[in-house]
Structure formats: structure tokens, C-alpha cells
Write a protein that binds this ligand. Structure first.
Ligand code: 13P
Ligand code: SF4
Length: 307
């Protein structure tokens, strides 16, 4: 199957993009594996005719927004995201009615329509930079992840920031007691935390008192960090798919997931066989209506100024 995918990819001048949570055999056939920011940057610069997006729907939608003339396909259109489902454009319009000069910052894990109603898009890799650069006196709405939003609010010390109540159903389960348990079992390991985690505020406020300094990072930030860190062991608070890349790119080090159950059912809908069929049939096509895409693209392009 792997050889068939690679042959067809060459024949069709296609680009396969895969998120860090994809299963190993899908990561292995991809031209680029990365986090949401890296994947959207790759999507923005490709000259491939066909983009096969091995990730979740909002990621493929972002690639389609950035490549209006190209064919973007996803191997399974049901690969959604619990964060995307937690907010609608109407929710943003209601907030704007109360804050006419407010600024809306949307995490990239949102629908194209929500992005179109937002001023900035951000990812876990650049959210702090973007919020820090906003004038201190404008009210801000951050959507939709509450843990990421509270993390930003705390780190920037910003009072006039409303945070939406959405959550990632996988990361919300990575709670403070689970992190504490992992630290007790592996006291010499370094702690890497994705800012969507349910333990966010506790990690930020309580762990330093115990002499533990968690590192908050996007998935790609984690991979980069484990390669250069001198530490041999890491506790990893995110979806377990990331461990495959860590083991491959930082061989000899040990990676301990906070929970073996931290598996995103949406990401795992994509299989190597579905990638093959997607390449072969050039489906399932992801399109965004032009009037939505144009407005969403503005918010995404503003994000690129902070990479
Ligand atoms: P990253 O951008 O850090 O890869 O996160 C994407 C995501 O969906 C996290 O659950
Ligand atoms: Fe969405 Fe969470 Fe899955 Fe990431 S891990 S795609 S945030 S449901």
C-alpha cells in the first residue's frame, strides 16, 4: 500500500500533508508532517496540483482557503474536531454587538465561517505573540478553546479578554491529577504540555511551587525541543500520535504519555488505505464558498505576520 501511495503521488503531482497525530504509516508517506501552523504554511507555498490532507477537516479547509485554484481533498470527510463544533459565527456576532470595537482572535481549530467572522487566526505556536501585539485597551474575544484562552490570558496578564467555553475532548481529559501522577512516577523527566490541556492553569500556577517547570508548546514545538534538550526523558501531555515522530527524530530518549487514552478519534479516522483511495479518486473534495474564503483568508494571512 505504501508503494502504491508513493507511486500515485508522483504520477499525480500531489502533495500529502499529515498532522503530527496521524498514524505512523500515514506520517511515513507524507511530504510534510507538522503542527497546524507548519501545515498551513506548507499549504500556502505548494505548487502541487492536488493536496491530500491527512488531518482533520478544519485543516484541509484552511489549505483550500489558501489555495483557491487547487484541488484539496481529505481521505475521510468525517474527521471533525470537538473545538470546531463548539462555536458558530452567530456567537461571534452577538459578542461583537456588545463590543463594537472589540477584536476576535480565533484558534485555527474553527470552521471557515467562524474564521471569516474573526480578525485574527492563531495556532498554539503563535497565539501568545498575536494577543501580546494587540493594543492593551481593546476588548478581545478568544475562541473557542477555554484552556488555551485562559493560558494566554494568564501569560499576557490581559484583563479585558473574554474566553469562549469550548474544549478539545482529548486534551480536556489531561487533568492536573493525571499530570501529578506522571510526575510522581517519573520525577526526573521534563514535562511538555500542549496548552489545550485541562491541567493548563494548575500546571502554570502550582507546579513551579513544587520545582517543576512545565514547557507549554505546540506539537511541533515539542518535537523540536526533544531533539535539542539534553534531558533523556519526557512526560508528554498531548495526543499520543506525536510519540512516533519523537521516537524517530530523537532516538534513544524516552517519551511517557500522560495518558495512553489520549487518542483523537477524528485524527484516527484517516488510514493509509483511505489516503490511497483519496489520491486515486481525488476525493473527498474540500471547498469553501468564495465570500467566506476571502474573509477567512484575511484573518489567516494576518496570522502569517506572526510566524
Ligand atoms: P498543534 O497545532 O499544536 O499541532 O495542535 C493541533 C491540534 O489539533 C491539537 O489538538
Ligand atoms: Fe480537535 Fe482535540 Fe482532535 Fe485536536 S485532538 S483535532 S483539538 S478533537
Amino acid at each position: 500500500m505504501r508503494e502504491k501511495v508513493l507511486g500515485l503521488k508522483r504520477e499525480k503531482n500531489a502533495l500529502i500533508l499529515a498532522h503530527n497525530y496521524q498514524v505512523p504509516e500515514v506520517q511515513d508517506v507524507a511530504d510534510f508532517v507538522g503542527d497546524s501552523l507548519g501545515l498551513s504554511m506548507e499549504a500556502a507555498k505548494t505548487d502541487a496540483r492536488l493536496i491530500v490532507f491527512a488531518g482533520v477537516y478544519f485543516m484541509a479547509e484552511t489549505a483550500a482557503i489558501l489555495n483557491p485554484g487547487k484541488r484539496v481533498v481529505i481521505p475521510d470527510p468525517n474527521a471533525g474536531c470537538s473545538l470546531v463544533d463548539s462555536i458558530s459565527p452567530g456567537d461571534i456576532a452577538r459578542w461583537r454587538a456588545r463590543h463594537p470595537n472589540g477584536v476576535v482572535v480565533a484558534y485555527i481549530n474553527t470552521s471557515a465561517a467562524v474564521k471569516a467572522h474573526s480578525d485574527y487566526v492563531c495556532t498554539s505556536a503563535n497565539c501568545l505573540k498575536i494577543v501580546e501585539a494587540l493594543p492593551r485597551d481593546v476588548p478581545v474575544l478568544f475562541v473557542p478553546d477555554k484552556y488555551l484562552g485562559l493560558y494566554i490570558k494568564h501569560r499576557t496578564g490581559r484583563e479585558n479578554m473574554d474566553v469562549w467555553e469550548g474544549e478539545c475532548y482529548v486534551h480536556a481529559e489531561l487533568t492536573a491529577p493525571k499530570i501529578m501522577d506522571a510526575i510522581r512516577r517519573h520525577p526526573d523527566a521534563e514535562l511538555l504540555v500542549h496548552p489545550e490541556c485541562g491541567c493548563g492553569t494548575a500546571c502554570l500556577l502550582e507546579l513551579p511551587k513544587l520545582g517543576v517547570e512545565p514547557r507549554f508548546m505546540s506539537t511541533e514545538g515539542m518535537v523540536r525541543y526533544v531533539k535539542v534538550s539534553l534531558k533523556p526523558r519526557f512526560i508528554v501531555a498531548t495526543e499520543t500520535g506525536i510519540i512516533y515522530r519523537m521516537e524517530r527524530e530523537a532516538p534513544g530518549k524516552e517519551f511517557i504519555p500522560v495518558s495512553q487514552e489520549a487518542i483523537c478519534r477524528y485524527m484516527k479516522l484517516i488510514t493509509l488505505e483511505k489516503v490511497y483511495l483519496s489520491l486515486l479518486r481525488e476525493e473527498y473534495r474540500v471547498t469553501v464558498p468564495t465570500h467566506i474564503a476571502e474573509r477567512a483568508r484575511r484573518a489567516i494571512e494576518r496570522m502569517f505576520e506572526y510566524t
